[in-house]
Each structure stands twice: as structure tokens, then as C-alpha cells.
Write a protein that binds this ligand. Structure first.
Ligand SMILES: [Zn+2]
Length: 72
């Protein structure tokens, strides 16, 4: 992922195309935020697991915890 960013990928979509991130079983729900954080988007950390979450009010759901809940 870092290489793709260093190579000039500036958005999650571009990083996804270069690395395939976001196309795996989690659909980018877990790693998408990490990529966005690397791209310099503001993030906060999940109170439960410490995973980075987008700081946008509309996106303040921890993808990692959500995924774990869905897995059951
Ligand atoms: Zn969490």
C-alpha cells in the first residue's frame, strides 16, 4: 500500500487499483480506513480495538468491530 501511495496514488480508489486492497473478503471495510489514514485523512482510534476510524462524523463506525460483529 505504501508503495502505491509513494508511486502517486492519491485516493483510496487509486490505491485499490494498484494494490487490490478493498477487493478482498472484507471489501475494504477494515483496510480501507488504514489506506485513508496513510493518505493523510483525519482519523481517530476506536475505543474498543484501537483501529483507526475516519474522523468524519458520518463515518465514525469502527469497521473492524463491525466486521467482527457480522462474523458472529
Ligand atoms: Zn474497533
Amino acid at each position: 500500500m505504501r508503495k502505491a501511495i509513494q508511486a502517486g496514488a492519491k485516493t483510496f480508489e487509486q490505491v485499490s487499483k494498484r494494490t487490490g486492497v478493498g477487493t478482498g473478503p472484507c471489501g475494504g471495510r477494515r483496510c480501507g480506513t488504514l489506506v485513508r489514514a496513510m493518505l493523510g485523512e483525519p482519523v481517530i482510534n476506536c475505543n474498543e480495538c484501537g483501529w483507526p476510524i475516519l474522523a468524519e462524523p458520518s463515518a465514525q463506525v469502527c469497521p473492524r468491530c463491525e466486521y467482527a460483529k457480522q462474523e458472529g
